[in-house]
Design a protein around this ligand. Structure first.
Ligand code: PBG
Length: 330
């Protein structure tokens, strides 16, 4: 009888053999590329903490979209940075909001490219929270008003669908948000538009660079009352369960690297397609180390993406998508 170690080596002897027994593949079709769109003209501003990621005005976006399509990517996710913010995030659901305008443009330039709209109010509210705030008359304490927020989020989703968004991705974490958005979409005639719910969204320090990119840092307090405690995993099941019950078509775990166990768990418990969001802070860490020559960026990124898929993700939202698409081709 041969020793197991020899047996394993027999299957690793050369590239063809390794290809034959490989369990996990990453392809360009698994990747979703997030893009930040802003008002004004001739803006292509690199985000300091996210080298290679830019805020684009609409007139500079076309070139980027052409590159995305040429790279073979088939899905983008849009985040808007409006000029004007107010208490109720009106630019989030305005017919001429920046995401609505960008969506219409992208659909004109690249009708086949899937546009996923992030449905949240934090980029549009002057206080930077994901919903409507009420200050308690006695204590002055700020509180998120769940139901009023739901109504505005449903309006946001409908106006994004109206603009041509192919998938609605609510990231706000209000209670009952999937159901409210589903009802809103159905009533407005968008029964065919799927919801990719940010089901399990942790209150994470890894979102730091994004908040710079989207100018969406909360002006007071934090998001701990509506985002999840990083220490909890059974709670993730409850969050996912309610999204499934409310009609989510796809689930998501966010962030990725520190939450691979959560990805695996959701994969085992649900049969809905599962996304993982490889968030801004994860990207920044890789870029910073790569810039210092401390790691091999290409190898690290491909290994990370493989890890997400091996953990159970069907798709990966990642700022590395464009680079990775190139590496996967070569
Ligand atoms: C909320 C939203 C956030 C991210 C995506 N959607 C920020 C937050 O919850 O503070 C973070 C993504 C990232 O860090 O890359 N609209």
């Amino acid at each position: 009888m041969s020793f197991p170690v020899v047996r394993h080596r027999r299957l690793r002897r050369n590239a063809a053999m390794r290809n034959l027994v490989r369990e996990t593949y990453v392809t360009v079709h698994d990747l979703i590329y997030p893009l930040f769109v802003t008002e004004g003209t001739n803006v292509k501003t690199e985000i300091g903490s996210m080298p290679g990621v830019y805020q684009f005005s609409l007139d500079r976006l076309e070139e980027e979209i052409r590159e995305v399509v040429a790279a073979g990517l088939q899905a983008i996710m849009l985040f808007g940075i409006p000029d004007e913010k107010d208490a109720v995030g009106s630019q989030g659901y305005d017919h001429n909001g920046i995401v609505q305008q960008a969506t219409r443009k992208v659909k004109e330039w690249a009708p086949e490219l899937l546009v996923i709209a992030d449905t949240c109010l934090c980029e549009y509210t002057d206080h930077g929270h994901c919903g409507v705030i009420h200050h308690h008359p006695q204590t002055g304490e700020a509180e998120i008003v769940n139901d009023a927020s739901l109504e505005l989020l449903a309006r946001t989703a409908v106006s994004q669908a109206e603009a041509g968004a192919d998938i609605i991705a609510p990231s706000n974490m209000m209670d009952g948000f999937v159901q409210a958005i589903r009802a809103g979409l159905d009533e407005a005639g968008y029964q065919h538009i799927p919801i990719m719910s940010y089901s399990v969204k942790y209150s994470s320090a890894f979102y730091g660079p994004f908040r710079e990119a989207a100018n969406s840092a909360p002006q007071f307090g934090d998001r701990k009352s509506y985002q999840m405690d990083p220490a909890n995993v059974r709670e993730a099941m409850r969050e996912a369960e309610s999204d499934v019950q409310e009609g989510a078509d796809m689930l998501m775990v966010k962030p990725g690297m520190a939450y691979m166990d959560v990805v695996r768990m959701l994969k085992e418990h649900y049969d809905l397609p599962l996304a993982v969001y490889n968030v801004s802070g994860e990207y920044s860490m890789v870029k910073a180390a790569a810039r210092n020559g401390w790691i091999d960026e290409r190898a690290i990124v491909l290994e990370l993406l493989t890890g997400f898929k091996r953990a159970g993700a069907d798709m990966i939202i990642t700022y590395h998508a464009k680079d990775a698409a190139g590496w996967l081709k070569s």
